[in-house]
Design a binder for this molecule. Structure first.
Ligand code: SF4
Length: 546
């Protein structure tokens, strides 16, 4: 056994620090977040918004995917100075978790109906494969859960200090070139552990990815725990390489390999072991240090592996190989992919993830007409219809709905977080800004066809991961005007690295199209043959990046 350790004063349960050290830890100790479900159904839905107890309203509701949304009309300049009660609207955002991004047309239709019946026709596909609805009233939640859960959907632990949705490759099980199909492993982790009181009080959110995608589409580098498919384990059979400690936000870190091979059968208990380490050893004193990445960074991979094997699994894991480099520069599965059974996957791009309920219902109908009634969400705010035979027919129908199968680079790779429209932490508007930027860049640079990720974030929290985008935009106020601080040249995959902050580089929202056009033209002029934007940024002179 590793040597006994003394308290570090960081609120690590395993070292005896059980006293709650901040208000979040206090409310979690007083009552488990999952218990709010019963109060919503039996008290709050009957008595209305004003009856909700504050620690439920701004705390435990999240365990069931509910956050209050931002009151309309409050500018970003007031975000930091108002009390939560002044920012809260009496409506909620509701996140539906879609583990592995897997949806049937029937399930998508139910989400669409909930959006139109209860959410003013709003819906966004998030970059964690969820669908997020807005304008939800607490009075409607019992009926909404009845509909969602009746269709096999869930909002359990979609937010909160819990194991959030599990990312999986949208082509799992059908891609002829996949390394291993992670579908069963995801289902097993969900059925054993999601909603379990064993993991409903973690130090903070906990993000998982499980995939054998040859494009590495589940962004394993920035999850708390990731299982990445490898073809040849020690016995010559496929399995998973284990990564831990990735995460962005205000202190970004890329995940590290533990160097172990995990068989598909071992995966659920290894997941539980890593999650237990986070629960027991994670830092609970400060919310900003309560992510697994800080523990991994302090311990290093060798010690983390030792604790996992000796204290949690009770057996050593085998050493294993690293995954191969990704198949393609693109990780989004947009476009047409031939599948194992000779049918096709057709991936398409809405605008920065915005997909109203009425549109989702039309997509569900198209999935039935042209495909096998199977839809997938991606980690890039895109959708895919599987089992398609008439690709041209479907592509034309999607185009009529402004859903692009062959999008411009700008439509394809621009993502945006929720932003000022609904998010209480936001400083600037994002979705509409991203949509306008796409239109403007398509008009100005119609022939630009390099992969170029432009990630628009409304504040420093990095929900849409500005640090790993080619052009990462972090919302801020610039001389009282809405604008962005710029991070350049972030990337995942072969050259995984965080973006470069260029001194003093910020632009107002008005200046944004001019700035992006200027830097892309500098890139075109200064790049070497085949050089990616991120590589060019890393070597470019600061003057070329202004
Ligand atoms: Fe809200 Fe900020 Fe996250 Fe955007 S990045 S959704 S503004 S918290």
């Amino acid at each position: 056994m590793p040597a006994p350790q003394r308290s570090t004063g960081q609120g690590q349960w395993a070292l005896g620090d059980r006293e709650p050290l901040n208000t979040n830890e206090q409310f979690k100790k007083e009552d488990d977040g999952l218990n709010v479900r019963q109060r919503i159904e039996t008290v709050y839905a009957q008595n209305g918004f004003d009856s909700i107890e504050p620690n439920d309203l701004r705390g435990r509701m999240r365990w069931w995917g509910l956050y209050t949304q931002r009151k309309p009309g409050i500018g970003g300049g007031l975000t930091g100075s108002l009390e939560p009660a002044e920012l809260d609207d009496k409506f909620f955002m509701l996140r539906v978790r879609i583990d592995g991004g897997r949806l049937t047309s029937e399930q998508l239709r139910v989400i669409a109906q909930v959006s139109t019946d209860y959410g003013r026709d709003t819906a966004d596909v998030t970059d964690r494969q969820n669908v997020q609805l807005h304008w939800i009233r607490i009075e409607d939640m019992p009926a909404i859960w009845e509909r969602l859960e009746g269709a096999g959907l869930s909002t359990t632990e979609a937010c909160g200090d819990t194991p959030r949705v599990i990312l999986g490759c949208p082509l799992a099980g059908v891609d002829a070139n996949e390394v291993i199909d992670g579908t069963d492993a995801i289902a097993e982790v969900v059925s054993r552990y999601i909603g379990s009181p064993d993991f409903s009080n973690l130090p903070r959110k906990f993000k998982t990815a499980i995939s054998g995608c040859p494009d590495h589409c589940t962004i394993h580098e920035i999850n708390d725990v990731s299982f990445v498919g490898v073809p040849d384990g020690p016995a010559g059979t496929p399995g998973f390489d284990l990564w831990v400690g990735g995460g962005l936000s205000t202190n970004p870190k890329l995940a590290v390999r533990l160097g172990v091979f995990v068989t598909p059968e071992q995966l659920p208990e290894v997941w539980a072991g890593v999650t237990s380490i986070f629960r027991d050893y994670g830092y609970r004193r400060s919310r900003t240090r309560a992510r697994l990445k800080f523990l991994v960074s302090d311990w290093g991979p060798e010690r983390f592996r030792e604790v996992l094997e000796k204290e949690y699994l009770g057996y050593p894991l085998q050493d294993g190989p690293a995954p191969a480099t990704p198949r393609s520069k693109r990780r989004d599965h947009v476009g047409v992919t031939e599948l194992r059974d000779g049918t096709f996957a057709v991936g398409f791009a809405p605008r920065a993830g915005r997909v109203p309920g009425t549109l989702l219902a039309q997509v569900a109908d198209l999935a039935d007409r042209f495909g096998a009634g199977e839809i997938r969400t991606t980690t890039e705010q895109k959708l895919i219809i599987l089992g398609v035979r008439d690709v041209d027919g479907l592509t034309a129908e999607l185009a009529a709905l402004d859903l692009a199968v062959n999008p411009s680079s700008f439509r394809r790779s621009t993502m945006a977080c929720t932003g000022l429209e609904f998010c209480k932490l936001a400083i600037v508007e994002t979705k509409a800004r991203a949509s306008d930027l796409i239109d403007e860049l398509e008009r100005r640079m119609p022939n630009f066809d390099e992969p170029i990720g432009i990630n628009v974030n409304g504040c420093p929290n990095a929900c849409t991961r500005f640090q790993v985008a080619d052009i990462g935009l972090k919302g801020s106020l610039i001389g009282g005007e809405e604008g962005f601080q710029i991070h350049l040249g972030g990337s995942l995959g072969v050259e995984a690295a965080l973006g470069r902050k260029v001194r003093g580089l910020k632009v107002t929202s008005q200046e944004l199209p001019d700035f992006v056009e200027r830097i892309l033209r500098s890139f075109q002029a200064g790049r070497t043959e085949g050089e990616s934007f991120a590589s060019w940024v890393r070597r470019a002179d600061e003057s070329a990046l202004q």
